[in-house]
Design a binder for this molecule. Structure first.
Ligand SMILES: NC(=O)c1ccc[n+]([C@@H]2O[C@H](COP(=O)([O-])OP(=O)(O)OC[C@H]3O[C@@H](n4cnc5c(N)ncnc54)[C@H](O)[C@@H]3O)[C@@H](O)[C@H]2O)c1
Ligand SMILES: O=P(O)(O)OC[C@@H](O)[C@@H](O)[C@H](O)[C@H](O)CO
Length: 408
């Protein structure tokens, strides 16, 4: 069996590669980084180390790689593949869609009798494979797109494993947490998906996506944004701070009430799931940088993502949102010159002021109760962390916005 995987980054090498290789696939990574491509081609294997007490490790065999720029070879490998996966970030799916479309065109032409191809975007986001399908479709001729409807499936999927930024001198070695989960939408398959070890299938993926994104990723980014405010460097250090840990748990309990009500999860099991997530975040066996987990704050603060969507839903269902509101406000303070979205967010705050940013970026109109609460909480954080809040203070003074409020 053959798999083509776009992105030889952390989750690509740390989760998708090992699972597919252990399931019997030859895995061809399509990557931008020349050094990684050369090493994968030369060694055809790489080590994975588990972040546990014994640092258990194993080798991922039967791998190779191509550079993203090797158009013909990439198309040829997709034409012959059983599955294509991606882990490049939701916002980069558009950039790789043409390469995938070229592979699909070639496959339809050269191997008209081939079995179905399954393409899965293993990204953090709702409906990422459907989004990829939309981008890929824009590069296919109408006749190809019609044929592809019956021969190429884009099942949505959820992947869960914490894989930090790697600092080892071996560019291929990757350290990962032991936990991992891969859930695939069964209703979007064409025929049978070739076996993937440990993968779970759901008739409807929506509850699983929301459970993961609005528990693991909501809690994780809360730890990152509070950790940033308090000056910690890693998630593990932030989670050792009892104040932060209880705020992270508070936010996950708030999303939890909404998730239990919306999807009918068992409330007791969901609380156990939350406890398990807290332990994962606190894993002392690796260093997961706050900057990684806090990355791309505009994406994380967008209306359908891990902070705003569950807060809006919980509010609409009549549940409390105090912890979530405070975490959203903390996210608004996140700044790092290394993160283009953080730089853009702070520039927007300076130019427009927080009220407008909450309207334009988070999607809450000025008369929405959550708009008022988020703005008030933001001002409260600015007062508590003035060294981090210059942009906020400047905008406050300029726009004569109210200072702190006692509302949250
Ligand atoms: N790391 C985790 O813990 C984790 C867990 C679950 C899901 N994810 C998701 O997986 C995806 C990748 O995350 P990651 O942590 O592996 O990031 P990463 O930065 O380590 O890897 C991303 C890879 O994609 C490549 N890439 C980025 N933009 C590209 C573009 N425009 N064209 C081609 N290649 C491009 C990069 O070169 C890099 O190799 C994200 O959607 C993330 O949310 C990550
Ligand atoms: O990848 P992001 O930027 O969407 O989110 C950062 C982390 O929360 C995320 O990568 C988690 O480690 C992962 O989703 C765990 O499965």
């Amino acid at each position: 069996m053959k798999a083509v995987h776009f992105g030889a980054g952390n989750i690509g090498r740390g989760f998708i590669g090992p699972v597919l290789s252990q399931s019997g696939y030859e895995v061809c990574f399509i990557a931008r980084n020349k050094k990684k491509v050369d090493e994968l081609k030369r060694r055809r294997q790489y080590p994975v180390v588990l972040a546990n007490e014994d640092r258990d490790s194993f080798l991922v065999h039967n791998v190779t790689a191509l550079s993203l720029g090797e158009d013909h070879a990439v198309a040829a490998s997709i034409a012959e593949a059983d599955i294509v996966t991606t882990a490049v970030g939701v916002s980069a799916l558009k950039d790789i869609s043409e390469a995938i479309a070229k592979g699909i065109s070639l496959r339809l032409k050269k191997f008209p009798q081939a079995g179905p191809l399954h393409v899965m975007a293993c990204e953090n986001g709702i409906g990422a494979s459907s989004l990829l399908k939309k981008w890929v479709g824009q590069h296919l001729r109408p006749s190809e797109a019609e044929l592809a409807e019956t021969r190429v499936a884009f099942p949505n999927t959820v992947v869960d494993r914490i894989v930090p930024v790697q600092k080892h001198r071996d560019p291929l070695r990757v350290m990962v947490e032991p936990f991992c989960e891969w859930v695939i939408d069964r209703s979007q398959l064409i025929g049978e998906l070739p076996p993937i070890q440990g993968a779970k299938f759901a008739d409807s993926l929506h509850p699983y996506v929301e459970r993961k994104l609005f528990t693991v990723n909501t809690g994780h980014c809360c730890a990152a944004y509070y950790g940033y405010l308090e000056g910690y460097g890693t998630i593990h250090d932030a989670m050792r701070d009892p104040g932060i840990r209880s705020k992270v748990k508070g936010a996950m309990l708030e999303t939890g009430r909404m998730l239990v009500a919306e999807h009918g999860f068992d409330a007791f099991k969901h609380e156990l799931y939350i406890e398990q997530m807290l332990e994962r975040f606190a894993n002392p066996h690796f260093n997961d940088q706050i900057l990684r987990v806090a990355r791309s704050p505009l994406r994380k603060l967008s209306p359908d993502d891990r902070l705003i969507s569950p807060t809006r839903k919980a509010n609409e269902a009549g549940f409390k949102t105090e912890y979530l509101v405070s975490a959203i406000a903390a996210a608004l303070l996140f700044d790092s010159s290394k993160d283009p979205e953080a730089v853009q967010l702070q520039a927007l705050l300076r130019q427009k002021g927080v009220e407008q940013v909450v309207k334009d970026e988070l999607g809450f109109p000025g008369d929405h109760a959550l708009h008022r609460k988020i703005v008030a909480s933001y001002h409260k954080h600015c007062l508590k962390y003035p060294h981090l809040a210059h942009s906020g203070f400047e905008a406050m003074v300029k726009n004569r916005l109210p200072l702190a409020s006692n509302e949250d």
